[in-house]
Design a protein around this ligand. Structure first.
Ligand code: NG1
Ligand code: MG
Length: 495
């Protein structure tokens, strides 16, 4: 089981593995140097929170089903100095794309309709200290996670800003679960009705392990190490370089998926007579709650979880026969409320737009993806002594099935993701899928290490050079993100 409080470290060797230590030391020193140039003082602390790659379990965290991500090396670093006598927060970023800003400690206003980078920092502050920092701070942010790539740059910013604020205000023993909870609510302030996967992975990450994260009935994180395979396997993240913007109001909107799955849960609850559900994501009970209640009522303890999830898929097909979606009127009728009530409750709290709700397909994706997570985890944990080839094949197969479901039932893939995945599977990947919210962003592939070169070359020629002929070699290097599982949030005190 993972440790409980955010570690304070005195050496970067406690955060990064040997092979990347030198490069990170160089980076951290440059951040400190830049801080001194800007503010003519050394920072008191540096905190960091990493991005994550989700191996499997896409778009099911907000339905309260378990997911299997791992923290990655790229991270957000915040260097800061506490200014007790000041009432100002000063914020700089090492990347000139993100403009300097400054605000009064008493007014951490956030306008969720405006996409400003400082909103993410403010949101972390507001939720960490119940209204914001009570001391002034000088901050410098440095990020190495590509933005809009499905690698949780936003969650990493919020986790590290909430953490900085707690420390600046005198806290030293910071419970990881508390930090995760703050970061989840903070992300909602910025306008995304997020699940809890990214924040949990960023805070709880562990060198060398993936994480199995459960949300129901409360947050539980288990580390899962990878079995040795012959040949050795690696996960590779390849970025489509197409931005996935969750704030746009297109029908592909992330918030709409949260509404569709929540509506499906409420309607299943009515049809299966499961009684009043507990509101968990601000709208109503989740599909996970439906699952639990249904089997509790039907008292069938002998059935395996995986089979139970298949049974839920059969129920979904019975209750939602329409394969082409449900209009507002139809959904309202099934829920036994008026169309106006439905719109008021589900469509006004977060930016969203929709002509119809794909209740059947979304619910089928959620229950079947939850099943795939259990299958994937079981494969990782069984460690068979023989037939390691078969294990790898099975892992790849589950990843591919996840991709099919994301594309066909959840409609969160896009042509660029499909293209990378098709090239990847023909050139060494045993499994390849989108990771994160989709609609652009990154893919993750599982492949034998000895095919890495061929795999990379095929994507460079078959995808990057064709789609982005002007890409420099430096940009091309950034298209592949380092993928060893890394440590979660940590604090470094500058002496
Ligand atoms: P990304 O795209 O990495 O920000 C989003 C959500 C997750 C999860 C995934 C889909 C936020 C901050 N994160 O991740 O909670 O739902 O999509 O599995 O909204
Ligand atoms: Mg994000």
């Amino acid at each position: 089981m993972a440790e409980d409080t955010v570690p304070f470290v005195s050496s970067l060797a406690d955060i990064y593995s040997h092979d990347i230590l030198k490069a990170q030391e160089y980076r951290w020193n440059s951040v400190i140097q830049k801080f001194v140039e800007l503010y003519s003082k050394e920072p008191d602390f540096l905190v960091r929170s990493p991005g994550r790659v989700n191996l499997i379990g896409e778009h099911i965290d907000y339905s309260d089903f378990g997911v299997l991500p791992m923290a990655i090396i790229p991270d957000i670093l915040i260097a800061f100095k506490v200014e007790k006598s000041s009432d100002q927060i000063q914020l700089h970023n090492t990347n000139p794309r993100f403009k300097h800003c400054q605000w009064d400690v008493l007014s951490h206003d956030i306008d969720a309709d405006k996409l400003e980078w400082s909103n993410y920092i403010k949101a972390g502050f507001v939720k960490a200290m119940n209204g914001g920092s009570s001391v002034g701070m000088k901050c410098l942010v440095d990020g190495s996670i590509p933005t809009g790539a499905g690698l949780s740059s936003s969650a990493a910013v919020i986790c590290s800003s909430a953490l900085s604020c707690l420390i600046a205000n005198g806290e030293r023993k910071i419970d990881k679960r508390r930090l995760v909870d703050m970061a989840i609510v903070a992300e909602k302030l910025v306008g995304v009705n997020t699940g809890g996967m990214d924040q949990s992975a960023s805070v709880f990450g562990d060198i060398g392990s993936a994480l199995y994260i459960e949300f129901y009935p409360s947050l539980k994180v288990q580390t899962v190490t990878f079995p040795a395979t012959q040949p050795e396997m690696v996960f590779v993240i390849a970025n489509t370089l197409v931005n996935a913007d969750k704030h746009d109001t297109a029908p592909t909107n992330y918030n709409l998926r949260v509404v569709e799955t929540t509506l499906a849960a409420q309607i299943l609850g009515c049809s299966l007579k499961l009684g009043t559900l507990h509101s968990r994501n601000g709208f109503g009970g989740t599909l996970r709650e439906i699952f639990d209640r249904f089997f509790y009522n039907n008292d069938e303890p002998h059935i395996e979880e995986i089979r139970k999830l298949e049974i839920m898929c059969e129920k979904v097909k019975e209750i939602f026969p329409q394969t082409d979606g449900y209009t507002h009127e139809e959904a309202a009728r099934m829920l036994r409320v008026s169309k106006e009530e439905l719109i008021e409750k589900y469509m006004t709290k977060f930016p969203i737009r929709a002509e119809s709700f794909q209740l059947r397909n979304r619910a089928l994706h959620v229950f079947s993806e939850a099943r795939r997570v259990l299958q994937f985890k079981a494969l990782l944990l069984t460690r068979p002594n023989e037939n390691k080839h078969e294990l790898v094949k099975q892992l790849g197969k589950v990843m591919n099935e996840s991709q099919d479901s994301c594309r066909n039932l959840y409609n969160c893939s896009c042509p660029e993701i499909d293209e990378i995945i098709s090239i990847a599977r023909k050139n060494g990947a045993v499994g390849s899928r989108l990771t994160g919210a989709g609609w652009g962003g990154c893919t993750v592939s599982l492949l034998p290490k000895n095919r890495l070169e061929e795999f990379t070359a095929s994507l460079v020629e078959g995808y990057y050079r064709k789609r982005f002929p002007g890409l420099t070699n430096e940009q091309l290097k950034d298209a592949f993100v380092p993928t060893q599982p890394g440590k979660g949030s940590a604090v470094f005190q500058v002496c």
